[in-house]
Structure formats: structure tokens, C-alpha cells
Design a protein around this ligand. Structure first.
Ligand SMILES: NC(=O)c1ccc[n+]([C@@H]2O[C@H](COP(=O)([O-])OP(=O)(O)OC[C@H]3O[C@@H](n4cnc5c(N)ncnc54)[C@H](O)[C@@H]3O)[C@@H](O)[C@H]2O)c1
Length: 317
């Protein structure tokens, strides 16, 4: 199977590196000739300014969000399998059209919600004891990325947590968001998002482009333990105590806290994502993150943006 990467910027270079190591990379495309040539020569594959000039079976689209729809539509119409970087598309209508088209053409359409492939998310998915989860939260903050021009922080990085929380808990019924722009001239650069899930649980996401330190954390509060995971360090920590808070005065009691720190086996999430996409094509099955998942993430992100602009909570369709 021949796979090309369209867009050889920050993310496209990583896709090219991993696909080359897996033995699948057959070419790279970029409208910026210099970038395309540089990445092509590093991995010893042909380059082009348009995918039409290359021979391939599947493509990874790692270009700015605004371009995802046009590029993906043309490829799907030609019967190519496509992995589109997150956020899936700029508008909900574009995402819906691509999903329909992919069904008609019987091709694999995946979306690059890479954090589902982080070992900490796989760990929490396995340990998820739906019944006694009380709340879930995520923090994704870092400094200003000057290259992201076409979306705000919710669509750019908030969608990672929206997808993970939805994957771990349930479909989202309602969203309330506060935030705004301090540094970005056009879009929001900080947001706090409260999610109400259809199973009655709640979730919270804090995201911004204004923090000097890069933090990527996820935490889950159960009725008998508290679990926290670090996406970067790929570790989880589970804290539990035999003490029942209703039996004691919490301020006087000696809390016999049992903390287990678990360093997970380190794995590159992008490699796991691409192996899953290639496996879906080879075995004619759905990838872990489908077009429908990508669409749901942007629906929730857009509901958060509506909430942020109106000051009201918004129901998710
Ligand atoms: N999954 C992740 O963790 C992650 C991380 C970073 C970026 N991304 C996503 O990857 C995508 C690209 O982001 P980036 O940070 O790599 O951007 P970037 O600006 O570094 O790179 C984008 C590249 O696409 C090229 N390009 C633009 N329009 C094109 C077109 N029509 N055809 C071919 N090439 C075109 C540009 O010349 C540029 O080289 C975005 O959707 C972004 O959200 C995902």
C-alpha cells in the first residue's frame, strides 16, 4: 500500500517520519515547494505540489484546517483512503458531506485525534468503571503558536480533550464555555469548558495558548479513588483511601492515602494512530477514530464557541 502525506509542516513531517519507518511512505505534497523538497529528500520519496501528480492508495492530510474539506473531497471522489488531521473540517456541513462521500466510495476515512492513542487514554479506557465516575477534567495549556491562523484554541487543541472525554465517558448533551482573546487578534485564545454528558456525568476542560509552561493532564474522580494522567510523561497516578469522609471530621482525621504511580510503557501515539489507520484499510474495518467521531468533536467545539459568544449553555445536536 502506498501512502502520501499532504502538508509537510510541523505535523506532516511527523507523519512522513513514522510512515517512512513503517515502510509505507510513497511521496509528499506541499504547495510550498521548498518544504516538500526538503522532506522528500530526507525520506527519499518523490514530492509534488498537488496529489494528482503522484501514484498512491491512501493519504494523510496535514494542512491547515480550512483546506481539509477541498483536499479530502477530491481524494475520496477518486476512491483514496484518507486520514484527515484534527480538527476534521472547518464546518459541520463539510464534515457531513465527507462522511457521506466516504460511505458511497467505500473508503476508510479517519480523523487524527491522536490523544486516543496515548497510553494514558488506553489505560483509563480499560479501567473506566462507568458507574462510579463522578467527574472528569483535562488541562491543555501552552504558549502561543504563531503558525495557527485559521482557528482558535478550542478548535485547535480543545478538540483533543473534547474527543477524549467523549470517548471515555459518553455523548455530550450540553456545553457551557467562558473565555476570550487576549493575544490573538481574531480568535479565542483561552477557554474553560463545562460538558454535561448524556449519562448525567460532568466534565471540565481548561485550554489556552497563553501559559509559558506546556501542560497536558487528564484526571478522573471516582467515588473511591482519584486518578490523574500525564500525556507528556505517559504516567498515571491513582490515589485511594479507606477513610470515608462522612465518618470523620476531615480536618482532624489522619488520611491513610494510598498512592500508586504507574509509568506506562512509552509508545508514540502517532505510530499507534497510523498503524490503526493502515490496519483499517488492510482489514476493511473502521479506524478507532472515524469521520463521525471527528464530526462530533467539531459539533461540540462549535457549541462551546456559541456558548462563549452568547454567555448561555448550548445543547449539542
Ligand atoms: N494531532 C496533533 O497533535 C497535531 C499537532 C499539530 C497540528 N495538527 C494539525 O495538523 C494540521 C497542520 O498543522 P501544522 O501545525 O502542521 O501546520 P503547518 O503550518 O506547520 O503546516 C501546514 C503545511 O501545509 C501546507 N499547505 C497549505 N495548504 C496546502 C494545500 N492546499 N496543499 C498542500 N499543502 C498545503 C503549508 O505550506 C504547510 O507546509 C492542522 O489541521 C493541525 O490542527 C495536529
Amino acid at each position: 500500500m502506498k501512502v502520501i502525506v499532504i502538508g509537510t509542516g510541523v505535523m506532516g513531517k511527523n507523519h512522513a517520519r513514522v510512515l517512512s519507518a513503517l515502510g509505507y511512505l510513497s511521496g509528499v505534497v506541499d504547495v510550498d515547494e521548498k518544504r516538500a523538497k526538503e522532506v522528500a529528500s530526507r525520506f527519499n520519496v518523490p514530492w509534488a505540489k498537488s496529489p494528482q501528480e503522484l501514484n498512491f492508495d491512501a493519504a494523510v492530510i496535514a494542512t491547515p484546517t480550512e483546506t481539509h474539506y477541498e483536499l479530502a473531497r477530491a481524494l475520496i471522489e477518486q476512491g483514496k483512503h484518507v486520514l484527515v488531521e484534527k480538527p476534521f473540517t472547518h464546518s459541520i456541513a463539510e464534515g457531513e458531506e465527507l462522511i457521506e462521500l466516504a460511505k458511497e466510495q467505500n473508503i476508510v476515512l479517519g480523523v487524527g485525534h491522536i490523544e486516543r492513542f496515548n497510553p494514558i487514554v488506553s489505560f483509563f479506557k480499560k479501567m473506566n468503571r462507568d458507574g462510579n465516575l463522578i467527574t472528569i477534567g483535562a488541562k491543555r495549556v501552552s504558549s502561543f503558536p504563531s503558525r495557527i491562523r485559521d482557528v482558535g484554541v478550542i478548535m485547535d487543541i480543545g478538540v483533543h480533550d473534547i474527543d477524549v472525554l467523549r470517548y471515555l465517558v459518553a455523548e455530550v448533551a450540553e456545553v457551557y464555555a467562558r473565555g476570550g482573546k487576549i493575544k490573538h487578534e481574531k480568535y479565542e485564545d483561552h477557554a474553560s469548558i463545562l460538558l454535561g454528558f448524556k449519562n448525567g456525568k460532568n466534565g471540565y476542560i481548561e485550554t489556552n495558548w497563553l501559559t509559558p509552561k506546556k501542560i497536558r493532564r487528564l484526571w478522573l474522580t471516582y467515588d473511591d479513588c482519584y486518578a490523574e494522567g500525564d500525556y507528556i510523561g505517559q504516567w498515571v497516578e491513582i490515589s485511594s483511601s479507606k477513610m470515608r469522609v462522612d465518618e470523620f471530621n476531615v480536618y482532624d482525621a489522619e488520611i491513610d492515602l494510598n498512592i500508586r504511580h504507574i509509568n506506562l510503557r512509552r509508545e508514540e501515539p502517532l505510530k499507534r494512530e497510523l498503524v490503526d489507520f493502515l490496519g483499517a484499510i488492510e482489514n476493511h474495518k473502521a479506524p478507532l477514530v472515524t469521520g463521525a467521531d471527528g464530526l462530533m468533536a467539531i459539533k461540540i467545539a462549535q457549541a462551546a464557541l456559541r456558548s462563549l459568544n452568547t454567555g448561555r449553555s448550548v445543547e449539542v445536536d
